[in-house]
Ligand binder design. Structure first.
Ligand SMILES: C[S@@+](CC[C@H](N)C(=O)[O-])C[C@H]1O[C@@H](n2cnc3c(N)ncnc32)[C@H](O)[C@@H]1O
Length: 286
């Protein structure tokens, strides 16, 4: 960028082209989010400021963000936040950026809990806390627990619970799956968006994901089903009779097979995500 007059409109147009040339799928949106962050304003405020000159300090901070985005860093990490279920969630590179598909998982759990007075729910692999915190905001009577093997992720999840005023209603545990006495249950719902990428698939993931999001949030092991198989086995011991195991998965078939290996689990219909892919596998304890 040269030293001519750089207005909001001109910066957005230039950056949109630059990000598009580097493979961004939504270059205009990303340019707007980054510029709003650099100017410490709401994105919508840019629309009434197209002719406003951006000062050098803000341009310098914007340039640095755009450069990092061009190198593949996810926008959510650059601005430290991502919206999930219409709530802002703080994120950093210790946690997976919450995905819109996962909102479907939350909706399904809310449907299940609608008839329960005080549902007991555990979110396994909570990451940013997107699932557990959202459920806590929607279900004021629920008893919620959230686990993650990553202590750094639990710090982020706790900060999001505080941000949304539900920290006193969620027990956060740093542990392997449900391997903590406080995670014993019994639970009405075990919900999880576990890692489900096979080790040999990792190199084929999009660059932004592969280079920037935590590998342990993505890769499960050689089969991709390791954590799903463990969850199906644990669900049998930790759910109440009639309780639900609800998981977001990649290939649904393998998760469905893991469930049918457990004779006391009933395999419900797999739900599709907003893109029409089989995504939410559900099982119920007899
Ligand atoms: C796909 S991310 C999901 C994060 C968040 N629930 C979401 O939907 O955005 C999977 C999470 O599981 C955690 N995880 C991986 N292995 C685990 C294990 N053995 N026990 C508990 N959590 C685990 C990762 O640290 C990561 O935060």
């Amino acid at each position: 960028m040269d030293n001519d007059v750089w207005t909001v409109g001109r910066l957005l147009a230039w950056t949109t082209d630059w990000l598009a040339a580097r493979g961004s799928e939504s270059p205009r949106l990303e340019a707007e989010v980054l510029l709003a962050h650099a100017r410490r304003c709401q994105r919508i405020e840019l629309y009434t400021a197209f002719e406003t000159t951006v000062d050098e300090a803000q341009r310098s901070s914007f340039r640095a963000l755009v450069k990092r985005r061009g190198e593949g860093e996810p926008v959510a990490y650059l601005v430290g936040s991502r919206e999930f279920f219409s709530l802002p969630f703080s994120v950093n590179n210790s946690v997976l950026v919450p995905r819109p598909e996962t909102e479907g998982l939350v909706v399904r759990v809310l449907d299940i809990c609608r008839s329960m007075l005080a549902p007991r729910i555990i979110d396994v692999g909570t990451g940013s806390g997107a699932i557990a915190v959202t459920l806590a905001t929607q279900l004021p009577q629920a008893k919620i627990c959230a686990t993650d093997i990553s202590a750094a992720a639990i710090v982020v999840a706790q900060s999001n619970a505080e941000r949304h005023g539900v920290a006193d209603r969620i027990t956060f545990l740093t542990c392997d799956v449900l391997d903590d006495p406080q995670a014993e249950g019994p639970w009405d719902v075990i919900v999880s968006n576990p890692p489900y990428v096979r080790e040999d698939e990792f190199d084929a993931l999009p660059r932004d994901v592969r280079l920037h999001e935590p590998r342990s949030a993505l890769v499960s092991g050689p089969s991709g089903c390791e954590m799903i198989v463990r969850l199906a086995a644990i669900a049998v011991e930790r759910l109440v009779s009639g309780g639900w195991l609800i998981m977001e998965v990649g290939p649904a078939r393998a998760a469905e097979e893991a469930i049918v290996q457990q004779p006391s689990l009933w395999l419900g219909p797999t739900l599709t995500d907003i893109a029409g892919h089989p995504r939410i596998v559900q099982a119920r304890l007899n």
